[in-house]
Design a protein around this ligand. Structure first.
Ligand code: C2E
Ligand code: CA
Ligand code: CA
Length: 611
């Protein structure tokens, strides 16, 4: 007998056979082999035994009176508790058909009677080993499964954590993105986002020429006044309120952005027709007419709007915005509180203007300016009393450019300060030159124009003093012409500078008198020596039906205040005659001479004219 592994001892084997002898014989042998053996004489008993304790193996006879072995096996196989128990059929039938059937109903082996004992034992052992292995595998599987389940649970947990983390990170990312693309004050899209949308609109239009869009560029009028007078917090509150009001006039298709400061932009998309955009601009301007109820103040604000239509552009969203901006400036210059529709001509103008700015910058460096001199005549002697210096720009390509064209540009760009100082220096040099040539005597005056925008800088005094010191010119022959508006805003700083000029013994003239602020009170406070009566008043004293209009009054004011009066733009002998009769002190104009270049002045002086 083979030595059986210890684990097979006490294995429970059920023997089912209706032949008592067979039962007994097999039982004895198997018991001797160390198995625990139970016996059943028929199918019913066998099933019952299985219900009590599930055996480890069944030896099952096929031919039995009440129920065949096949039937018993089939029943066992349908029961969860017993379906796995290995069944070895024992039978005298030895037909292939029977063997196949035995396997079909679930048997694991088949032993033909009469059997060899060794064969029976060997087959039992094989099945027990197989079954044991099967159980072991099942157990391992179960263990594996529970471990997989455990790990799955762990994975699910960490997966959950991961998902949460991803969600949080995504939220953070969205917040960051929102911050990058929105204005923090109004929470409206900012310039970057606006440009992105504009880019998309341009692309959409390229794909579909029927798609219409437009850009509105909106700038608040006089917003600075609110900021300066009510403070930045109120200004901020107002900007938020403006943003909300604008938003309420727009549809969901439109993009409203704050570009910065008090500038907003609107991208109008899917316009049914192009003339919709001016209508929307009107609607916006209307909505702004209502006052803004802020927490502490009620504020009125107007805006100017520039409009560009998408149809002009195939690329570069910046161009659209730039042109809308240009149109907005036009709207402002036309009187604010309105809109202006951009047209390509404006672009050309803007380009010209830009070119002029560049050229002007270069002109300062390259000294392309010349000074012309217009004589000022004493009406008592009829002789030349002095000269007014008038700047001329000889553009290398465009030729002569009149001051009315470039002075405003020079003022806006700040270049005027340098130009004015150069004219002042050049005029002094020229006057001294004429003095040295004995063409004029020491008393002939030199009037120089100063832009309101820049003579108020404190550095001006410093440079004036330096000029007087270096040239040693008699300061009393120097007169600085400034317009009324330059000093109308009479603050302490203005007064200080004017007094410092007077302390240098340089005189001040009010230019174009009568065209600016009409308040005369400032004349008393400021150290002004000369009133220059604007050409427009002189023109009107021509007709005999007039008795001089405002001119006699202005001359009167000048004299009562201890100032002298100079008439500008005298063109006719009649004007001259009337001015003489009215007691005007001096005059200049085409009647005497146009502004002349230095050579022409020298010629004129040589003739020593008298009028
Ligand atoms: P303004 O100071 O009133 O200068 C007088 C202007 O009237 C000059 O024009 C002169 O040529 C012109 N004018 C003189 N007599 C007559 C006349 O009988 N009839 C007519 N129709 N016009 C006459 P201009 O030279 O074109 O200068 C224009 C303005 O440009 C000046 O007006 C002045 O405001 C400004 N400007 C000229 N040179 C300078 C400068 O160096 N610096 C600054 N800041 N402004 C200057
Ligand atoms: Ca002048
Ligand atoms: Ca003038």
């Amino acid at each position: 007998m083979n030595a059986k592994p210890l684990e097979f001892l006490q294995k429970d084997i059920l023997i089912v056979d209706d032949t008592q002898d067979n039962l007994r014989y097999l039982a004895t042998i198997l018991t001797d082999e160390g198995y625990k053996v139970r016996k059943a004489l028929n199918g019913q008993m066998a099933l019952k035994a299985c219900r009590v304790v599930v055996p480890d193996l069944i030896l099952l006879d096929i031919m039995m009176p009440d129920m065949s072995g096949y039937q018993v096996c089939e029943i066992l196989k349908t029961n969860d508790a017993t379906c796995e128990v290995p069944v070895i059929f024992l039978s005298a039938l030895d037909d292939a058909f029977d063997k196949v059937k035995a396997f079909n109903v679930g048997g694991v082996d088949y032993i033909s009677k009469p059997f060899q004992l060794e064969e029976v034992l060997a087959r039992i052992q094989t099945q027990l080993i197989r079954r044991a292995a099967e159980l072991k595998i099942q157990q391992l599987n179960a263990e594996l499964e529970s471990r997989v389940q455990e790990r799955t649970l762990q994975l699910e947990c960490s997966n959950q954590d991961l998902l949460q983390e991803i969600k949080e990170r995504k939220q953070l990312q969205e917040q960051l993105l929102h911050l990058a693309l929105h204005d923090s004050l109004t929470n409206l899209p900012n310039r970057s986002l606006f440009m992105e949308r504009l880019d998309q609109a341009i692309a959409l239009r390229k794909a579909n020429p029927d798609y219409q869009f437009a850009v509105l560029f909106l700038d608040c009028d006089r917003f600075k006044v609110v900021n300066d007078s009510l403070g930045h917090l109120v200004g901020d509150e107002l900007l938020i309120a403006i943003g909300q009001r604008l938003q309420s006039t727009l549809t969901e298709n439109d993009t409203l952005a704050r570009l910065g400061g008090d500038e907003f932009a609107v991208l109008l998309e899917e316009l049914p027709t192009l003339d919709r955009s001016p209508a929307i601009a009107d609607c916006i301007l209307d909505s702004l007419k209502e006052p803004f109820q802020l927490s502490r103040y009620e504020v009125f604000i107007n805006a100017s709007i520039g409009i560009t239509l998408g149809s002009f552009y195939n690329e570069k969203p910046e161009y659209l915005l730039r042109d809308a901006d240009t149109a907005m400036y036009r709207a402002k210059s036309l009187g604010k509180g309105q809109y202006y529709l951009f047209n390509p001509v404006m672009h050309e103008e803007a380009l010209n203007r830009l070119q002029l700015e560049n050229d002007l910058r270069r002109a300062v460096e390259r000294k392309e300016f010349k000074v012309y001199y217009q004589p000022i005549i004493s009406l008592t002697t009829g002789r030349i009393y002095g000269f007014e210096s008038l700047v001329r720009w000889q553009h290398p390509v465009r030729g002569f450019i009149p001051p009315v064209e470039f002075i405003p540009v020079a003022e806006e760009t700040g270049l005027i300060a340098n130009i004015d100082l150069w004219v002042l220096g050049e005029s002094v040099r020229q006057i001294q030159d004429w003095q040295h040539q004995n063409l004029i005597d020491e008393s002939v005056t030199c009037s120089v124009n100063l832009s309101a925008r820049h003579f108020l800088q404190s550095s001006f005094i410093h440079r004036l003093r330096k000029l007087l010191e270096v040239t040693q010119i008699n300061p009393q022959i120097l007169k600085l012409e400034i317009t009324e508006s330059a000093i109308a805003n009479k603050n302490q700083a203005t007064l200080d500078i004017l007094h410092q000029i007077r302390d240098c013994q340089v005189e001040l003239s009010i230019d174009d008198f009568g065209t600016g602020y009409s308040s005369l009170s400032y004349l008393e406070e400021f150290p002004v020596n000369v009133l220059k009566i604007d050409r427009s008043f002189i023109k009107r004293i021509d007709g005999s039906e007039h008795n001089g209009g405002l001119v006699p009054g202005i001359i009167g004011i000048a004299h009562t205040m201890g100032m002298i009066a100079i008439a500008e733009g005298v063109e006719t002998p009649i004007q001259l005659e009337k001015l003489r009769r009215l007691g005007c002190d001096f005059a200049q104009g085409y009647l005497f001479a146009k502004p002349l270049n230095p050579d022409a002045v020298a010629e004129l002086l040589a003739r020593s004219p008298q009028w």
